[in-house]
Design a protein. Structure first.
Length: 488
């Protein structure tokens, strides 16, 4: 239980901070959906998708490279140099982002056929380097395993984001420009706060061309993977723009907003698992690394049970949740919730379930696997969206993530085989996916509304299924509940 407790503790503590960030989107939803139309949400989602594409080009895989070299390096001075070198490289991203902002009018016309959203695009371009710097800062807390300090910073940013969002969008009625301003201002404020409070002491203030070259060499093969990932994660908005309209993108975005709790868990697991696994792996004296493999299996099983349980709840009660939080205009977005929540599970599963490619430093595998999956996603979007709209986009996303997960794990196993209970895990995943799809499909396609008692029974079955399949033990669940009780 040692590894389980350590993984649960770190994931839970990081989850508090990550939860606060994701909670911002959920908290603002009742305000934003009454001040913004589904079309407005479609615009925000589209420019955000464009920003992700541009970020993929200038990111150069530096977060993955830094994590690998920092966590495998034992010299504290060199660790400090690695962090400062990354900071300088991230500051340099202001140059291409500002240059891009000069073309905001042209980008608005390209995306929407009008220059009406020029200022929205302009503000989006400016947020890109701040996002990189926030990522760089948050990873330092992760490397040093300081989740509570990370949570303090997140609380400050969360309070500021909510206050600015409500003020600019609802009170001052700045619309989608206000929403973008709120994100930009809160990010710009929090960076000096976190730097002065904690991270400034962790740098060795000497830029290293040696480490810059190492980081870029490790990370640049991931550019192709990042672009391909963008294609199968986000390009569906552009297909919706072409084949449908901004309202469909708005419904799709609502489905994504309700997948935030899954992204919360994913972020917490990303911040805890990699560090703990590499620490265990480096300390494991066994030739077969059996202790590391055991830790990987236990951690993934716990993640899968927690994430699927939340997905079940969100999907089974999607109509009640949307009726309470949003307006009737957004209700149709419920159909996308099970597709996108289970896509989020797959997106974390392929990162956590196996570390062979990373351990072998064969990062080019990520590129070709992601490129193939991206091509598949494009084909699926072309096939599904014209007839199914945003539901087709959600289905294409889910299929693409499932295939990426399976192919990536297949090659991970070649470099570092781990005896996961594959058959039981996949039965659990697909049975719960079918349960999650039942409620929205019955309601929107067959006009059948499942009653509350049956919904509770479906949820109860999904919750006990991992115990039936022996994916997780009762004592593990009990330990987690005790941990939460003690922390609060």
């Amino acid at each position: 239980m040692g590894h389980q407790k350590e993984f649960l503790k770190d994931t839970f503590l990081y989850g508090i901070g990550s939860g606060l960030r994701k909670f911002i989107g959920i908290f603002l939803l009742p305000f934003y959906t009454r001040a913004l139309t589904p079309e407005d949400y479609g615009v925000l989602s589209s420019v955000g998708t464009f920003a992700m594409l541009f970020s993929a080009f200038i990111d150069v895989g530096l977060d993955s490279a830094t994590a690998y070299y920092y966590l495998t390096n034992k010299d504290e001075k060199e660790k400090g140099q690695i962090l400062f070198t990354l900071l300088v490289l991230r500051l340099l991203t202001f140059i291409p982002s500002i240059l891009l902002s000069f073309f905001s009018q042209q980008i608005s016309t390209l995306l929407f056929g009008s220059d009406q959203y020029t200022w929205v695009v302009f503000l989006t371009c400016l947020t890109i380097p701040f996002g990189f710097l926030l990522s760089e800062q948050s990873h330092i807390y992760r490397y040093l395993r300081e989740p509570m300090k990370y949570n303090y910073v997140t609380i400050v940013q969360g309070i500021m984001s909510i206050a600015l969002g409500v003020s600019l969008v609802v009170v001052l009625k700045y619309g989608i420009i206000g929403a973008q301003l709120a994100g930009l201002i809160s990010s710009a404020f929090i960076l000096p706060f976190t730097f002065l409070m904690f991270t400034r002491k962790k740098y060795v203030y000497k830029f290293s061309f040696y480490w810059a070259k190492k980081l870029i060499k490790f990370g640049y093969p991931l550019i192709g993977a990042a672009i391909a990932t963008w294609i199968f994660q986000s390009s569906d908005r552009f297909f919706l723009l072409h084949y449908s309209n901004l309202t469909e993108i708005g419904w799709y975005s609502i489905g994504q907003t309700f997948s935030q709790p899954l992204l919360l868990i994913n972020t917490a697991v990303q911040m805890s698992f990699g560090v703990l696994f590499l620490k265990t792996y480096n300390a494991d004296t066994d030739a077969n690394k059996n202790n590391s493999k055991k830790m990987a299996i236990e951690s993934f099983n716990m993640y899968l049970v927690a994430s699927i349980s939340i997905s079940l709840f969100l999907s089974i009660f999607c109509l009640e949740l949307l009726n309470t939080i949003t307006t009737k205009e957004y209700l149709k977005g419920a159909i996308a919730i099970p597709f996108l929540t289970f896509s989020a599970i797959c997106s974390q599963a392929y990162q956590t379930m196996g570390m062979g490619i990373t351990l072998a430093e064969k990062t080019y595998y990520y590129t070709w696997i992601t490129v193939v999956t991206a091509i598949l996603n494009i084909i699926l979007n072309i096939l599904f969206i014209p007839s199914m709209g945003f539901v087709g986009a959600a289905l294409a996303t889910l299929i693409s993530f499932i295939i990426y997960w399976q192919v990536k794990v297949h090659y991970d196993q070649k470099f570092f085989p781990i005896a996961y209970p594959f058959k039981r895990l996949f039965i659990y995943f697909f049975v719960c996916l079918c349960i999650s799809l039942l409620v929205p499909i019955c309601f929107f396609y067959f006009n059948i509304q499942i009653n509350l008692v049956l919904k509770l029974l479906l949820l109860a079955f999904g919750l006990i299924l991992p115990l039936i399949l022996n994916i997780i033990e009762y004592n593990t669940i009990k330990s987690f509940m005790i941990l939460i009780k003690n922390k609060f």
